[in-house]
Design a protein around this ligand. Structure first.
Ligand SMILES: Cc1cc2nc3c(=O)[nH]c(=O)nc-3n(C[C@H](O)[C@H](O)[C@H](O)COP(=O)(O)OP(=O)(O)OC[C@H]3O[C@@H](n4cnc5c(N)ncnc54)[C@H](O)[C@@H]3O)c2cc1C
Length: 223
């Protein structure tokens, strides 16, 4: 498989960084072609703006989706954005590696989605969900939390983690046609001793060795 792993963590020596390294090493050793986007080290600009485009269809009134369609037709996305879109298009499996921030994606990663999942390249003209551009491809969230696993359940203090992740699973991945694999969630890595963290890294590696044969999960819709 061609695998794209997108890392979003400001500290390269973080536990997220270790999960990222584990994925790169394991998938490469298993014979997959791994490409990466380490967003902080790329100094990726997460702000979607006119700078997304080399030229604009309407310079007087900025309407992002119309400009995206125009850029898709004319090949005029800014080069650093075009490079990221091509990585996404080439991937059979996309992995997001990030710490849960405010119950969602860190801003740099959310902004990567805002810019890279562009109309005309990732969705549009009726190509959504089962007819999405990325049908046949798979996506997986690998995340860490500060909170305990026991609080991320129905009735727990934070609530069901599946509900918290649904906007990403449903509104980003399934919307654009991806099948969703079960998330890899490490709860509270900072709260345990190093042997436990090493064990979690080993479990992640073990799972990744057979990721090609995993089946997608049911995500469900909003109530
Ligand atoms: C803005 C913001 C919003 C947040 N919102 C939420 C929220 O909504 N919900 C929530 O639950 N939490 C939230 N948090 C907490 C956050 O999710 C956690 O702090 C984060 O997930 C922990 O992961 P980390 O990679 O940053 O851990 P780190 O602190 O980097 O790592 C934990 C430990 O692992 C060690 N480590 C690194 N590499 C290895 C290795 N190879 N082997 C063994 N150990 C290693 C590190 O040295 C460290 O001691 C928020 C934090 C911020 C800053």
């Amino acid at each position: 498989m061609d695998v794209l792993i997108v890392l979003s963590h400001p500290e390269r020596k973080s536990f997220n960084g270790a999960l990222f390294d584990t994925a790169v090493e394991t998938l490469t050793a298993a014979g997959h072609a791994v490409i990466t986007s380490d967003l902080y080290r790329l100094d990726f600009d997460p702000v979607s703006s006119r700078a997304n485009f080399k030229q604009q269809k309407n310079p007087d009134y900025f309407k992002p989706q119309l400009e995206e369609m125009h850029a898709a037709e004319t090949g005029s996305f800014a080069s650093e954005l075009e490079a990221e879109i091509r990585k996404l298009e080439a991937a059979d499996l996309v992995v997001f590696q990030f710490p849960l921030w405010w119950f969602g994606l860190p801003a740099i990663l959310k902004g990567w989605v805002d810019r890279v999942f562009a109309m005309g390249r990732a969705y549009g003209s009726g190509r959504i969900y089962e007819r999405g551009f990325f049908r046949g491809k798979r996506a997986l969230l690998s995340l860490t939390t500060g909170g305990f696993q026991s609080s991320y359940v129905v009735g727990g203090e934070e609530g069901d983690i599946r509900g918290i992740l649904r906007p990403i699973h449903r509104g980003i991945f399934q919307f654009t046609g991806f099948d969703v694999l079960a998330p890899n969630i490490v709860y509270g890595p900072v709260r345990v001793e190093e042997p436990q963290r090493r064990q979690w890294l080993n479990q992640w590696a073990q799972r990744l060795r057979s990721i090609e044969s995993e089946l997608p999960i049911e995500v469900g819709q909003y109530a």
